[in-house]
Structure formats: structure tokens, C-alpha cells
Ligand binder design. Structure first.
Ligand code: ZN
Length: 235
């Protein structure tokens, strides 16, 4: 039985939280860049996205993450030394940019609103625990599960996508570690596949036991026994 405390499983919840955070910030930046006098923010959206990944991937503690996170607010104003001793200086090569117009100025609506978005209480709380860490070995199968819950050819509203990501994580948590199925005689079973990319070459893969969906019963139980004990008023 897998448990939340199992690190490799827990990692996927972190990963989902990380994706949710990136999507949330991107949407807010997009909206901000459309406001009056804030068009410059658009030029920073990609850098900020990279900054989220970099902050999460290179930090080992909450204060470390916060120091790096805050540095971007200096960086967008062409200031590359910072007050926080945990991250006193940008690590990039300081070069003269060809596009000077991209720098933001303090005391402008664009910077004021960006600062507010990047440092509000909720954002800081999320930043402090941000982590993209996952086991690369099983990432591919996790992505395959996400695609089953959230097919790419369908556009989902944010809340729909969020629910689907959580379902993917729960399905993965329950099924990511399935053992190889055995025949009645107890011999391990394999399945043969013919991947298109390999032009007719076939390969044998361990045939896993059937997936289980215990998390569905757990969710139903939680919702109808503990959250909406009496659903009638909501009908
Ligand atoms: Zn910098």
C-alpha cells in the first residue's frame, strides 16, 4: 500500500502544486500585461516563468527560495545585486542589453503592480514550498497519465485542469508502482508491443497488474460522508 509519506509519491503532489503555481502566475501576468501602462510586463513573462523553475530547482530551503524569488524584482529594473545575503548577486553574466526599453522603473504602475503580484502573502507562501523535484525515471508514465485525464486536444477551464491534475496525481499514487502480473502458474507475464517509431521491431514489456481506482471510492466517501453530509440543499 502506497502512502503519502512515501517520498517518490509525495513528489508528484509537489509537482502538481508546482504546475498549478506556474499556470496561476502566468495567467495573472498575462492579465496584468493587458492593463493600462503595463505592456512592458509582457516582455518579462518568459523570464519570470524560467525564474520560477530556476528558483524551485536550485533552492534547498524556504528562505533560499524567497531570496531568489525576490531578486527578480531588482533584476527587472536592471539591478543585479540584492540585499538578502542568501542571494546577494544575480548569477548571470552582466552584459549590456540591446533592448534597454525592457527595464522597468520603480514607482511606475507596471512595477508597482508586478511587485504586488509577486510578493503578496499567498504567492510568498507558495514560493516558500515550491519544488519541481520528481523522479525522472517515472516522469514519463506520470505524463502519460496526465494526458489520459486531460487530453491535449480539449481545452479545459483552469479549475477543470486543476481537478484533472489532482486526479492524475491520485491515480499515479495508487498505480505508479504496480507489480508485474503473473500467470496462474505463477510465471511473470509480458506483453509484446510494436512501436511505430521502431519500424516493425517488437519489444516485450512486463505486463502490469490491472490498475485500481480506490481513490474514487475514497473521494466519494470524503465528499458524501464528511463534506456534504446532507446534499439536498445543494440540489
Ligand atoms: Zn540580474
Amino acid at each position: 500500500m502506497l502512502h503519502w509519506s512515501n517520498l517518490s509519491v509525495y513528489g508528484y503532489l509537489h509537482y502538481v502544486q508546482y504546475i498549478v503555481f506556474v499556470v496561476g502566475i502566468s495567467k495573472k501576468l498575462e492579465a496584468l500585461s493587458k492593463q493600462k501602462d503595463c505592456e512592458k510586463v509582457k516582455k518579462w513573462m518568459k523570464s519570470i516563468n524560467n525564474h520560477i523553475y530556476w528558483t524551485a530547482a536550485t533552492s534547498t530551503s524556504g528562505p533560499d527560495r524567497i531570496a531568489k524569488w525576490n531578486a527578480i524584482l531588482n533584476h527587472v529594473r536592471d539591478i543585479h545585486t540584492h540585499q538578502d545575503p542568501l542571494y546577494p548577486m544575480c548569477e548571470h553574466v552582466i552584459s549590456k542589453t540591446t533592448d534597454k526599453s525592457k527595464w522597468l522603473q520603480a514607482a511606475t504602475p507596471a512595477f508597482y503592480k508586478l511587485e504586488k503580484l509577486m510578493t503578496n502573502k499567498r504567492t510568498m507562501k507558495d514560493v516558500a514550498k515550491l519544488s519541481p523535484h520528481y523522479q525522472t525515471s517515472s516522469l514519463e508514465s506520470f505524463h502519460a497519465i496526465i494526458l489520459r485525464f486531460a487530453p491535449k486536444n480539449v481545452v479545459f477551464p483552469f479549475i477543470g485542469m486543476l481537478c484533472r491534475l489532482y486526479l492524475s496525481a491520485m491515480h499515479y499514487n495508487e498505480n505508479g508502482d504496480r507489480p508485474q502480473a503473473k500467470s496462474q502458474k505463477g510465471e511473470p507475464l509480458f506483453k509484446i508491443s510494436f512501436p511505430k517509431a521502431r519500424k516493425g521491431e517488437c519489444s516485450a514489456k512486463p505486463h502490469k497488474t490491472e490498475p485500481t481506482f480506490g481513490y474514487v471510492a475514497d473521494l466519494m466517501n470524503l465528499i458524501f460522508e464528511e463534506v456534504f453530509v446532507n446534499p439536498v440543499p445543494y440540489c
